[in-house]
Design a protein around this ligand. Structure first.
Ligand code: S3P
Length: 435
């Protein structure tokens, strides 16, 4: 439990921890490559450690923090070097991580051994047919042990063939699972999405020497590979999903000015910047670096008087994880904000439409949860309330932001879930609070 109060203003600099999506992929591709990969800026959070743990169980040697905090040294096993270490079925615990569960299923499907992927109650109730269906079309033998389309997933490794797949959802996890399987397949694999999801897999696989093309704006094609070659070093940028809490907080707390350093601003992830600016947010890119595989910037955020907007369509996948923080901005904004086309929020670590609607309503916000989003009439003062975080890191951090402008006490029922993506969140937020 954590009790939070409003603050006078926020000011100072913050460096957000490494990007979660990119940290997962650095472990995965570093493990599958031949040679040694040094990862810098790795996110030491529960989700990314779940991925690391899975690959260690599969026989990959990974040293944590050998060259300072946030470094990993991965001695890649090569694409054909993973092992079940003599177990009949290799059991892998994916914790709370949907990314680990889904992308690993694509990596494990073509291996010459059987594995069982299982996570916590939340992961084991999230939809997995979205990866089971395309992988099965490729020839995979993958079953939901309880027959409900969720993990635990039993995967009996088999040779795969390339397919062309039209995904019904814009999901980087689904796309990445198929692309990873495609590396091992006989023939070319192409995935088309209804809108472009984050492209970190494509960028990183290219850096590891994979042959990837992009037919049309929403398609990705991969050629089978014999091996991946390590680029030697990978630098993980700061996570824009973590930066989103400071973008929201500095925008809504009067008199604030916060510099967020080293934020990854990949165009498939920057919807939060576009949506916040459409609401009147004052965000300046004070420096920008386009030289690496992922673009990075320092962002200066100042308080602004926000107004409502409509957020819908193809911007949604580029800010899906930031929508809870945007709901808090919308609660503080004058007028109506409408968020549509975000059904995916219902199947994240919690039902985020329900969690945000219940919590913000109890704080005095006029909010309606719809099937695929929200209608929020902002501008009314917020008051503190007991908040159910639903064991969901993004819900806990969003309500911590809301508490900064709420009268009285905001009480988070269990804030420990922030360890999933941002273990130091409360200390970092506290460091910006000024009298
Ligand atoms: C992720 C993709 C997104 C996102 C998740 C991380 C990834 O999920 O919500 O936090 O690293 O590929 P979907 O693929 O389900 O959209």
């Amino acid at each position: 439990m954590r009790t939070l109060h409003s603050v006078k203003r926020l000011s100072g600099e913050i460096t957000v921890p490494g990007d979660k999506s990119i940290s997962h992929r650095a472990v995965m591709f570093g493990s599958l490559a031949k040679g040694v990969t040094l990862v810098k800026g790795f996110l030491n959070s529960a989700d990314c450690l779940s991925t690391m743990d899975c690959f260690q169980r599969l026989g990959v040697s990974i040293a944590r923090d050998p060259k300072g905090p946030g470094t990993l040294l991965i001695h890649g096993a090569g694409m054909h070097g993973l092992t079940a270490r003599g177990d009949e079925i290799c059991r892998l615990d994916t914790g709370n991580s949907g990314t680990t569960t889904r992308i690993m299923s694509g990596i494990l499907a073509p291996q010459p051994f059987a594995s069982l992927l299982s996570g916590d109650d939340s992961v084991n109730s999230r939809p997995m047919r979205r990866v089971m269906d395309p992988l099965t079309q490729m020839g995979a033998d993958i079953t939901s042990v309880r027959g409900n389309g969720c993990a635990p997933l039993l995967i009996k490794g088999r040779p795969l063939t390339g397919i062309t797949y039209h995904s019904p959802v814009a999901s980087a996890q689904v796309k990445s699972a198929i692309l990873c399987a495609g590396l091992y397949a006989d023939g070319i694999t192409t995935v088309y999405e209804p809108a472009k999801s984050r492209d970190h897999t494509e960028r990183m696989l290219r850096a590891f020497g994979a042959d990837i093309e992009e037919p049309g704006s929403f398609g990705v094609r991969i050629h089978p590979a014999d091996e991946l070659r390590t680029p030697g070093e990978i630098t993980v940028p700061g996570d824009i999903s973590s930066a989103a809490y400071y973008i929201a907080a500095a925008s809504i707390v009067p008199g604030s000015e916060v510099l967020i350093r080293g934020v990854g601003i990949n165009p498939t992830r920057d919807g939060i910047l576009r949506a916040a600016r459409a609401m009147g947010a004052d965000i300046t890119e004070v420096s920008r670096d386009d030289t690496g595989a992922e673009p990075i910037a320092d962002l200066l955020v100042r308080t602004a008087s926000l107004h409502g907007t409509v957020i819908e369509g193809s911007i949604i996948p580029t800010m899906i994880d930031e929508l809870p923080a945007v709901c808090v901005m919308a609660a503080a904004a004058e007028g109506e904000t409408i968020i549509r086309d975000a059904h995916e929020l219902r199947v994240k670590e919690s039902d985020r439409i329900e969690a945000m609607t219940n919590g913000l309503r109890s704080m005095g916000c006029a909010i309606i949860g719809t099937d695929d989003g929200f209608v929020i009439h902002g501008g009314a003062p917020l008051h503190g309330a007991p908040i159910a975080c639903c064991k969901d890191h993004r819900i806990a951090m969003s309500f911590a932001v809301a508490s900064l402008i709420a009268d009285g006490e905001t009480v988070l029922d269990d804030e420990s879930c922030v360890r999933i993506s941002y273990p130091g969140f409360f200390d970092d937020l506290e460091s910006l609070v000024k009298e």
